[in-house]
Design a protein around this ligand. Structure first.
Ligand code: G3P
Length: 218
C-alpha cells in the first residue's frame, strides 16, 4: 500500500519525507486555503520534494474551465496529478486529460457507482471519502470494500483506489485490509501509526535492564 500525505503544508511534508513513507501528496482547496500561500508555488515546492504523484485540484466546474486549469497545473511538474470532482464535467475532463498523458485523481467519491464511472473514464486514482461518510452515519469503509471488489472483477480497469478523508490509524488498517492501493494520510495520522504505549513501555524496561549490565556496545 502506498502512503500519500494529505497536506499543503510544505514544511510539514519536508519533515515527513525522511521517514521514507511519503509516496505522494494530495491537496485540496481547503488545504491550500489553510496554507495561506499561492497555489502554484505550493504545488511546485511539493513536487520538488516528493517524486511521487502530487494532486492539485481544479476550481472550475465546467469542462472547458477544468481542462484549462488542469493543463495549466500539469505544466508545473511531471508528477502533478490533476484532481477533478466526480461530476459529468469532471469525468469528461478526466477522460481528456488522461488521454493527454496526465495523471488524474477523481475526488469526492461517495458511491461505488461513481467509482465505476471514474474507472471507465480512465482515472489514475479514485478518491472515496471514508471519514465524511462516517460523519453522516454511514460506514465509509464499506465503500472501499465495494470499490476494491468491483475493480477486481474487471482487470482491464487500472484505476487505483485511493482511500481519502482518513481520520485515524484504524482507517488506515481497514483500508489496507480491504485492499486499497493508496491511503492519503493527514500528517498527524502518519505519526500516530508509529505509536503504541507497549512499545514505549518496552523500551523503558529494556533500557533500565541494559543499564544494570554496565555494558556499552561497540
Ligand atoms: O483530500 C481529501 C480528503 O482527504 C479530505 O479529508 O478530513 O477533510 O474529510 P477530510
Amino acid at each position: 500500500m502506498k502512503f500519500f500525505i494529505d497536506s499543503a503544508d510544505v514544511e510539514e511534508i519536508k519533515s515527513l519525507v525522511p521517514t521514507g513513507f511519503v509516496d505522494g501528496v494530495t491537496t485540496n482547496p481547503t488545504l491550500i486555503a489553510q496554507s495561506g500561500r499561492r497555489f502554484e508555488e505550493v504545488i511546485a515546492e511539493i513536487c520538488a520534494l516528493v517524486p511521487g504523484p502530487v494532486s492539485a485540484e481544479v476550481a472550475a466546474l465546467d469542462l472547458e474551465g477544468m481542462l484549462r486549469e488542469g493543463r495549466y497545473l500539469a505544466k508545473i511538474a511531471s508528477n502533478v496529478t490533476i484532481k477533478v470532482p466526480l461530476t459529468i464535467a469532471g469525468l469528461k475532463a478526466c477522460r481528456t486529460l488522461t488521454d493527454e498523458g496526465t495523471l488524474v485523481n477523481v475526488t469526492l467519491c461517495f458511491s461505488a457507482a461513481q467509482a465505476l464511472l471514474a474507472a471507465k473514464a480512465g482515472a489514475t486514482f479514485i478518491s472515496p471519502f471514508i471519514g465524511r461518510l462516517d460523519d453522516v452515519g454511514e460506514i465509509g469503509m464499506n465503500l472501499i470494500h465495494q470499490i476494491v471488489d468491483i475493480y477486481k472483477n474487471y482487470p482491464n480497469l487500472t484505476t487505483q483506489v485511493l482511500a481519502a478523508s482518513i481520520r485515524s490509524p484504524l482507517h488506515v488498517i481497514e483500508s489496507a485490509l480491504a485492499g486499497a492501493d493508496v491511503a492519503t494520510l493527514p500528517p498527524k495520522t502518519l505519526r500516530q501509526l508509529y505509536q503504541h504505549p507497549l512499545t514505549d513501555k518496552g523500551i523503558d524496561i529494556f533500557l533500565a535492564d541494559w543499564k544494570k549490565t554496565g555494558q556499552s556496545i561497540g
